[in-house]
Each structure stands twice: as structure tokens, then as C-alpha cells.
Design a protein. Structure first.
Length: 136
């Protein structure tokens, strides 16, 4: 037998119906569905970010080379000139400008370097046009 103190009373205002609970759950899931792709960009964007970081590192080293040698490495010398002094620049070269050889891009391809008229371009074979670093 239940005593008066064992009875539970609920007001109708505080109860959630099953439909309301399902609606709230669906709303939360829908918001998560919209936000998760923006928060987690996945491996494709990670590779592009790594390539951009590598290109920025190369660009900084090339600018330092330019400050010391009064020019960028020629397309023929390439980024190897950042590690070893070209024969024509033994006097001005103050490198090495990188601590190690340039690794391939995240897709396994070498970075492309070209120089013309005191400008250089570094590209990755799989990079889109937006990922090209063009320095002046």
C-alpha cells in the first residue's frame, strides 16, 4: 500500500512528450550535421594546408637568399641553392637557408620552382591555383 509521501505528483507543464523529445533530438542532430563538416575539414584540406606551410617556408628562405645575394636562385639552380652555394655566389651566399633538403609535397611530388625577372613561383603539382605562392 502506498503512503501519501510515496506518491509522485507531476505538473502537466513540466512534462515533455515523446514527440517534443524527438523534435529536440532531431534539431540537435541537424545542427551537428551542419557544423561537423566545417569543424573537421578532413585529410584533403590537411594536405593542402601542409603544402601551403611548406611553400611559405620555402618563400621565407628564398627572400633571405635574395637579401644576401641580391637575386633569387635561377630556375636552373632551383631550391638546391638554399642548401649549397652556387658557384657564382660563393662570396655573398650566407646559407644554408634551410636546415634540410626540401621534402616532396604531401602528395609525393617535388615542389616546382621557377624564377624570372626578380620574381619567383613555387607550386605543387596537385595544388590548385589558389595554393600557388607568387612572391615579388
Amino acid at each position: 500500500m502506498l503512503r501519501q509521501s510515496d506518491k509522485r505528483t507531476f505538473s502537466g507543464e513540466a512534462d515533455l512528450t515523446l514527440i517534443e523529445l524527438l523534435a529536440v533530438t532531431l534539431a540537435v542532430l541537424f545542427v551537428a550535421y551542419l557544423l561537423i563538416p566545417r569543424v573537421y575539414s578532413g585529410p584533403a584540406n590537411t594536405k593542402a594546408a601542409a603544402a601551403q606551410s611548406d611553400e611559405a617556408t620555402l618563400s621565407a628562405a628564398l627572400h633571405q637568399f635574395h637579401l644576401d645575394c641580391k637575386r633569387y636562385p635561377t630556375s636552373r639552380e632551383g631550391v638546391a641553392a638554399l642548401l649549397r652555394a652556387p658557384a657564382t655566389l660563393k662570396k655573398d651566399w650566407k646559407g644554408p637557408y634551410l636546415t634540410k633538403a626540401v621534402d616532396p609535397d604531401p602528395w609525393g611530388n617535388p615542389y616546382r620552382y621557377s624564377e624570372s625577372n626578380d620574381h619567383f613561383t613555387i607550386t605543387s603539382r596537385r595544388a590548385s591555383a589558389a595554393d600557388i605562392v607568387d612572391a615579388e
